[in-house]
Write a protein that binds this ligand. Sequence first.
Ligand SMILES: [Zn+2]
Length: 316
Amino acid sequence: MGDLLSRLWACFDSSEPLFSAREVASWPDGQAQWLQERGVLCATTSASRVGCSCCPSGHVEDVLEVPDADPPRFFIACPESVTVEVDSEALRQWTIDGDAVASLIAAALGLQGRPTPIESGRVWRLGTTRWQQTSREVLLARGLGAEDAARIAAHAGQAGRPIVLISGQEPPSHVWPGRPPACVALSRVMSQDATGLQADVVLLHDLVQKADELQAQVELVPLDPAGKKRVLRRQAQAAAASHQQDEVLVGAYQACHSYREAAKVLSARLKTKITKDKVKRAVDRAGGPSAVINGVNSNSVVRTVASHRRDKGGRF
Ligand SMILES: [Zn+2]
């Protein structure tokens, strides 16, 4: 179950993560059950389009319901077999409940207070942790790499005092409205064993201490306005470069529908070794294979009610 948390953190940072029944069934033993039992993985709208299970081409069709059938029955049109019945289990789709994730993290960290959403699905106040002689607020934020990141970051206030837990990449410092708070990646401090989610509170405090010290150093460096601009531009360029790299990796996967094939094509094109794991991590960061493929190509893959909704709303 080693990669369960990396899967969770990757999809937690994408907008409306969506998994098909087939995808969830392909996860290693026990992963889906572990997440379901904790309320993290939950059923959402069923797929409205699905690939034909009888034809090798796997043509994708609208799902139709048999009128007045009890229990409900579903079918799709098929040029070979006229109609093909679809098992309702195959239409199930799953998503991630952000509130459940917030509660799990808060409990693992042993925070004071109850986790509360500040902005539904995006930012939570998880509680407070003891910090030297006082306490410090811990926030959980999703999608700090999205277009509306500044709105989300504004919840951290001006003083840089909260600890912000993130599941994606650390945002550039200019996203924050004032002094940047200490950001800690969940993957650094969370682990999982048979009993549940475990948090390394000592490591969290250590990372926060280091982030505070770094921020204090940055503030000590006297910068003229031009120098400040240069620093901000460098940070923006670094963020853009990593985003573009992800886009290239995800684009190759969309074209090939295979991590291995995408890695091969990219390695040849970029004349540098790209591993299939690197492609997979970028796809996971973009919401997983279903979200990536559903988002781009409506002709060759299962397309869903939820993905229609996501297309309209964009990322976050
Ligand atoms: Zn067919």
